[in-house]
Design a protein around this ligand. Structure first.
Ligand SMILES: Cc1cc2nc3c(=O)[nH]c(=O)nc-3n(C[C@H](O)[C@H](O)[C@H](O)COP(=O)(O)OP(=O)(O)OC[C@H]3O[C@@H](n4cnc5c(N)ncnc54)[C@H](O)[C@@H]3O)c2cc1C
Length: 313
């Protein structure tokens, strides 16, 4: 993120994405502002809510007792991301702001409206196996690569921001954006703003949760499709459901129609199959990612099944 006073400056946290982008010449900030000395490394609980500092490393967050007990979905999603070494360096704020893994974005010899507006989208008619099936535009079909953010979207987190004109708090769903006709913008962060924290509402989904990530390798690979499922169950009846998917859109993709469908229903395989069949409503695939139209419902169905069984971290 470029800062307000110095448009050529960028904050740096763990550096695991920004340094890669600099090495590949995708970005070239004139100055880096190391934010790691800032006191944003705590996970605190007050009035039932939890506040996670933007500089908490992904590994510490996944292992945190408050998180494992109250928000196990978040631990599962974090543990599915990257590798142990990367999770030790990667921070909450950096994870939210990591750029897409679209190969046309990383390859400076190729057109990419996200990297260089106006040059076109190489992926649209190119190798688009990893790309979006929801919310894409003719300008960009890239996906947001984070696992953590899929869980935070399902858990209805809020993002705490501090900028030149003060502080503000926005729902997680309003942080990342769809590409529309300005894919260079991944999110709604304003110039100079710093993510200071993420807050989670009082814990409501402590047992019947699951994060299922389907990828090409068991570790160190981004999601082809992932599903974060959180159910509040009363005997075998689903009282509330929260569902988000990763690897399918430019932002974590909430499936609110399926959440509504599930509420009040018995948790059984027939209901899960019916719910999952709704997962590709409004989807559009491209030449190489048509398999996602089958993979997305299958992933969701399995995640619903696993969540209904319950977990204990
Ligand atoms: C090989 C590899 C595999 C990976 N696999 C996965 C995976 O499977 N799943 C997954 O989710 N991620 C994966 N990642 C991505 C990894 O999670 C991110 O690189 C990491 O989370 C970024 O965090 P960071 O602190 O290192 O960010 P940095 O690289 O330091 O910063 C990233 C961006 O965020 C900005 N920034 C950082 N903190 C703040 C803040 N507080 N406020 C405002 N701006 C800020 C920086 O300016 C920069 O633009 C992988 C990365 C690699 C290299």
């Amino acid at each position: 993120m470029h800062t307000e006073k110095n448009p050529g400056s960028s904050y740096i946290a763990g550096g695991t994405n920004l340094v890669d982008l600099m090495k590949k010449n995708v970005t070239a900030p004139q100055r880096l502002i190391d934010i790691t000395p800032l006191p944003l490394k705590e996970v605190t609980q007050a009035n039932g809510m939890v506040k996670i500092g933007a500089l908490v490393p992904n590994s510490d967050l996944a292992a945190n007792d408050i998180i494992r007990k109250n928000y196990p979905l978040l631990s599962l999603a974090l543990e599915a991301g990257a590798s142990a070494q990367l999770r030790n360096m990667a921070t909450v704020g950096g994870n939210m702001l990591q750029r897409t893994r679209c190969s046309y974005f990383y390859d400076t010899t190729m057109p990419c409206n996200k990297r260089q507006p106006g040059t076109g989208c190489g992926a649209l008619k190119g190798i688009n196996r990893m790309h979006a099936i929801f919310g894409a535009s003719e300008q960009c079909i890239a996906v947001h690569p984070s696992d953590m953010c899929v869980a935070l979207a399902a858990l209805e987190a809020k993002v705490e921001l501090q900028g030149p004109s003060g502080t503000r708090s926005i729902p997680f769903s309003q942080f990342h954006r769809l590409p529309e006709n300005n894919p260079a913008l991944d999110n709604t962060l304003r110039a100079g703003e710093l993510i200071t924290a993420v807050t989670l509402p009082a814990p409501a989904f402590t047992k019947n949760v699951y994060y299922l990530k389907v990828r090409d390798r068991a570790s160190y690979a981004f999601a082809l499709v992932s599903a974060a499922v959180a159910l509040k169950m009363d005997n075998n009846i689903i009282r509330e459901a929260r569902i988000a998917m990763g690897g399918v859109a430019h932002k974590p993709w909430r499936l609110t129609a399926i959440e509504s469908f599930l509420e009040g229903k018995d948790a059984n395989e027939t209901i899960f199959a019916q719910a999952s069949a709704m997962a590709t409503q409004g989807a559009r695939a491209y030449e190489h990612n048509k398999f996602k139209l089958k993979l997305a419902p299958a992933t969701l169905e399995e995640a619903l099944h696993k969540a209904s069984e319950g977990i204990q971290l």
